[in-house]
Design a protein around this ligand. Structure first.
Ligand SMILES: Cc1cc2nc3c(=O)[nH]c(=O)nc-3n(C[C@H](O)[C@H](O)[C@H](O)COP(=O)(O)OP(=O)(O)OC[C@H]3O[C@@H](n4cnc5c(N)ncnc54)[C@H](O)[C@@H]3O)c2cc1C
Length: 647
C-alpha cells in the first residue's frame, strides 16, 4: 500500500504577531542518546528569538523546526544545536519541489517473535536508519508497520534488516484496504452462498478487509457439515467407542479386560451438547460481533450473474463465493426410499441405539461410523459394491484394514450388488447377489454429491464438471470473472481444512488480487478408523501416473519400538521416494493413532527433504514417529540389521 502523507511540508503560516510567514526545516541530528537529549535541543533552539516551534525525536534522530526567517536563520538553528557540544546536525532532510514529501507505509507479517522484547529489538534495528520515519512492531499480532522514505530505504532493505540474523522472517506483505474495489450502493461487496467452513473462513477474511458481506445458508445449521453432522460428531463418537473397546481388550497380562457401563442415549446427548457448544463458539460467536456480515437463512438461487433470490426477495452482489458443500449421494436402489434410511445427517442424533446397522458404502465416512457403532454394541454389516474397502487406497493398506475389521467382528461383504430392499415387520431386508441381510436400520454412506443442483447456476453461467462440481482454478476462480467457489462444492480435495483455506484464498483474490493459490502438494489426510489410515503426498499409483521413478519402503509396526512396548503392532508405515533424487514424495500409514504422523510426512515433502535427511534426523525414542525414520533407513538396509535407536 502506498500512502501519501504531508508531515514534512514547508508551511506558510503566520507568526503569533500575524506578520511574517514561517519557514520549516527538518534536520537530521547525531549524538542524542535519550529523549532527554531531544528535550534539551528543543529548549535550546526555543530560546532563539524568531523560532516558533520545535519538535525533536530521539529515536528517529530528527528535529522539525519552524521559524521566522526574518528574525532567525536556518544556519543559526544549526549552529545552536552544534554549539551544544554533544550533538551535530548531519544534514537537512530535503522537501520535494512541490513542498510535499512522499512517504510509503508497509505492513509485513513477521514470524519468529517469541515476546514483546523481540518486537522492540526489530524496531531498534531501524534506529537512526536514514529513511525510516516510524515503525511499530507487534509480537502478539506477528506484524510490523513501517513508514519510510522510499528514496532512502527500499522495501527490500527493510525486509533484509528484519530477516538479518535468522531469528525473524518477513512472511509476506499485508496490504491495506485503501485500494479495495467496493460495490455500488444497494449491492453487497460479497455474497456467500453456504454457511459452512469455506463460507466462514471467507467471511472473516472479508470482514478483516471491511467488506459488506451477505451469507445465505439453508439445509444444515450454520457451521455446515463439519461441526453439525461431520467431523465433530463423528470424531467424538469414535473416541467414546474406542474407550469401550480399549477397556474390553487389554493386551497386558496383568490388566484384565472389563466391560465398562455404557449408556448410548447419554453418549448421544453429550455429543449434541458438544456440537451445540462448538457451533456457538466457533461459528455463531465468531461472526456475531461483525457488523459488516449479514446472515440470512434461506435457499439461494441465481437470477442473473449479479443477483440471487432468497425466499422471493432479490439481493445483488458485486462478487460471489459459492460454498454450498456436498451431501450424501443416495443411490437409486429399488425399495430404499420405502424402507427408509439414515445418513450422517440423521444417524448421529438417534438416541435409541440401532440394533443392527447395514452400512452401504466403504469410503472413510462409512468405515469410521461402522467401526464406532460396532464398538457401541450395534451389529454392523458392511455391504459394498466394489472389491475392496476404501478402494482409492492401495491394496496393502485396505487389505490390512479389512483384516482388522473382520478380526473385530465387523461383518464385511464386498462385490455386493443390491437387488432390492423390503420390510419384514420392523426389520429391513436387503436382497443381494450374496444373499439376504436383515437389519434394523440402513445407513447410506456411498459417497457425496455437490450441492449445486438447486442454485439455478445456469443463470450465472458458472461451469460444472460431469459430477456437478464447480470447476475452479487454483485461485478459486470459476469461469465467471466475479464468481468464486470453495469447499466441497468444487472439484478440489474435500476436507474441512482445504475448504477453509480455499474460502480465504477466494476472498483475497477477489478483492485484493493477491494471486494467492492453494497448493495441495503433500496434502495430509486421516481416516479415523482404528488402526487409523493416514497419508500425505503421492502413493505408488499416483507416482506412476505422474511418470516419477519411485521406490517404496515398508516398515511393519512389529519393528517399531513404540508399538512393541504398547503391545499393539497393528499396521505399517510406507514411504515412497523418487528413486532418482532420493526425495520423499509420499507416505501411507496404517497404525493406531497413525494420523499423528501425517503432518511429519507432509512437512518433509513440502520442505523437499530426502530420505537420507529423514533417516539422519533425530526422532525421539519410543514415539511412533521413529517408525518414519526406520522406514527411511530401510530403503538401504534390512530391518533385521537395525539395533535399538537405529541411526
Ligand atoms: C461424517 C463426516 C465426517 C467428516 N470428517 C472429517 C474430518 O475428520 N476431517 C476433515 O477435514 N473433514 C471431514 N469431513 C469433511 C468436511 O466436513 C467437509 O469437507 C467440510 O465440512 C465442507 O465444508 P464446506 O464449507 O465446503 O461445506 P458445508 O460445511 O457442507 O457447508 C455448506 C452449507 O451450504 C448450505 N447450502 C447448500 N446449498 C445452498 C443454497 N442453495 N443456499 C443456501 N445454502 C445452501 C448447506 O446446507 C450447508 O449448510 C467429514 C464429513 C462427514 C460427512
Amino acid at each position: 500500500m502506498v500512502k501519501l502523507r504531508n508531515i514534512f511540508s514547508a508551511k506558510s503560516t503566520k507568526t503569533s504577531e500575524g506578520q511574517n510567514d514561517l519557514s520549516e526545516v527538518v534536520l537530521e541530528i547525531e549524538g542524542m542518546t535519550c529523549d532527554h537529549c531531544a528535550t534539551g535541543i528543543e529548549k535550546k533552539v526555543g530560546q532563539l528569538a524568531g523560532t516558533a516551534s520545535q519538535k525533536v525525536n530521539y529515536p528517529e534522530g530528527k528535529g522539525i523546526f519552524s521559524y521566522d526567517p526574518e528574525k532567525v536563520s536556518k544556519k543559526e538553528i544549526v549552529d545552536t544545536i552544534n554549539g551544544m557540544g554533544n550533538y551535530s546536525v548531519k544534514k537537512e532532510v530535503p522537501a520535494s519541489s512541490n513542498g510535499q514529501k512522499t512517504e510509503e507505509e508497509v505492513t509485513f507479517s513477521i514470524s519468529g517473535m517469541t515476546c514483546d522484547h523481540c518486537a522492540t529489538s526489530i524496531e531498534k534495528r531501524f534506529e537512526g536508519h536514514e529513511g525510516m520515519v516510524s515503525k511499530s512492531v507487534s509480537y502478539p499480532d506477528e506484524k510490523g508497520t513501517f513508514t519510510f522514505n522510499p528514496d532512502k530505504i527500499s522495501r527490500q532493505e527493510i525486509i533484509e534488516t528484519i530477516n538479518k540474523g535468522g531469528n525473524y522472517k518477513v512472511q509476506k506483505e499485508i496490504e491495506g484496504n485503501g485500494n479495495l474495489e467496493r460495490a455500488a450502493p444497494g449491492q453487497y461487496d460479497l455474497i456467500i452462498i453456504g454457511g459452512g467452513s469455506a463460507a466462514f473462513s471467507a467471511s472473516t477474511t472479508a470482514a478483516d478487509l471491511g467488506l459488506s458481506v451477505l451469507m445465505v445458508n439453508a439445509g444444515l445449521d450454520i457451521g455446515g457439515t463439519c461441526v453439525n453432522v461431520g467431523c465433530v460428531p463423528s470424531k467424538h463418537l469414535i473416541r467414546a467407542a474406542e474407550q469401550i473397546h480399549r477397556a474390553q481388550h487389554s493386551p497386558f497380562n496383568g490388566v484384565s479386560g472389563i466391560n465398562p457401563s455404557f449408556d448410548f442415549k447419554k453418549t448421544i446427548q453429550q455429543k449434541k451438547a458438544l456440537v451445540a457448544a462448538l457451533q456457538k463458539k466457533k461459528y455463531l460467536d465468531v461472526v456475531g460481533d461483525l457488523e459488516n456480515i449479514t446472515i440470512l437463512e434461506g435457499w439461494a438461487k441465481f437470477v442473473d450473474a449479479h443477483t440471487i433470490e432468497v425466499d422471493g426477495k432479490q439481493y445483488k452482489g458485486m462478487k460471489f463465493l459459492l460454498a454450498t458443500g456436498a451431501t450424501t449421494k443416495i443411490p437409486d436402489m429399488p425399495g430404499l426410499e420405502d424402507v427408509g434410511y439414515l445418513t450422517n445427517e440423521t444417524l448421529f442424533d438417534l438416541e435409541e441405539q440401532p440394533k443392527h446397522l447395514i452400512v452401504l458404502g466403504a469410503g472413510y465416512i462409512a468405515l469410521e461410523i461402522a467401526q464406532a457403532y460396532h464398538r457401541f454394541g450395534t451389529k454392523v454389516t458392511i455391504l459394498h459394491r466394489s472389491e475392496r474397502l476404501l478402494r482409492t487406497q492401495a491394496a496393502d493398506i485396505t487389505d490390512d484394514l479389512t483384516a482388522h475389521f473382520i478380526d473385530e467382528g465387523i461383518d464385511v461383504h464386498t462385490n455386493v450388488s443390491i437387488q432390492k430392499f423390503e420390510k419384514n415387520g420392523d426389520a429391513i431386508v436387503a436382497h443381494t447377489n450374496e444373499g439376504t441381510f436383515e437389519a434394523s436400520h440402513v445407513l447410506v454412506a456411498t459417497g457425496t454429491r455437490p450441492n449445486t443442483n438447486g442454485l439455478a447456476i445456469e443463470n450465472a453461467g458458472v461451469q460444472l464438471n460431469k459430477t456437478g462440481h464447480i470447476l475452479v482454478n487454483n485461485k478459486q476462480e470459476t469461469n465467471v470473472g466475479h464468481i468464486y467457489a470453495a469447499g466441497d462444492c468444487t472439484d478440489t480435495p474435500a476436507f474441512v481444512y482445504t475448504a477453509a483455506k480455499e474460502g480465504k484464498v477466494a476472498v483475497l483474490n477477489a478483492f485484493k488480487s493477491t494471486g494467492d493459490t492453494v497448493d495441495y502438494t503433500g496434502l495430509p489426510w486421516v481416516v479415523f478408523t482404528d488402526p487409523q489410515i493416514a497419508g500425505a503426498g503421492m502413493d505408488e499409483k499416483e507416482a506412476e501416473e505422474a511418470g516419477i521413478p519411485y521406490e517404496t519402503s515398508v516398515m511393519p509396526l512389529t519393528e517399531v519400538p513404540r508399538a512393541q512396548a504398547a503391545l499393539d503392532t497393528r499396521g505399517f508405515i510406507k514411504l515412497i521416494r523418487n528413486s532418482e533424487t532420493d526425495k520423499l514424495i509420499g507416505g501411507r500409514i496404517i497404525a493406531p493413532e497413525g494420523g499423528e504422523l501425517a503432518m511429519q510426512i507432509s512437512l518433509a515433502i513440502k520442505a523437499g527433504m530426502t530420505i537420507q535427511e529423514l533417516a539422519d534426523a533425530f526422532h525421539p525414542y519410543l514415539t511412533l514417529s521413529e517408525g518414519v525414520k526406520l522406514a527411511a533407513i530401510t530403503f538401504n538396509k534390512d530391518v533385521s540389521e537395525l539395533s535399538c535407536c537405529a541411526s
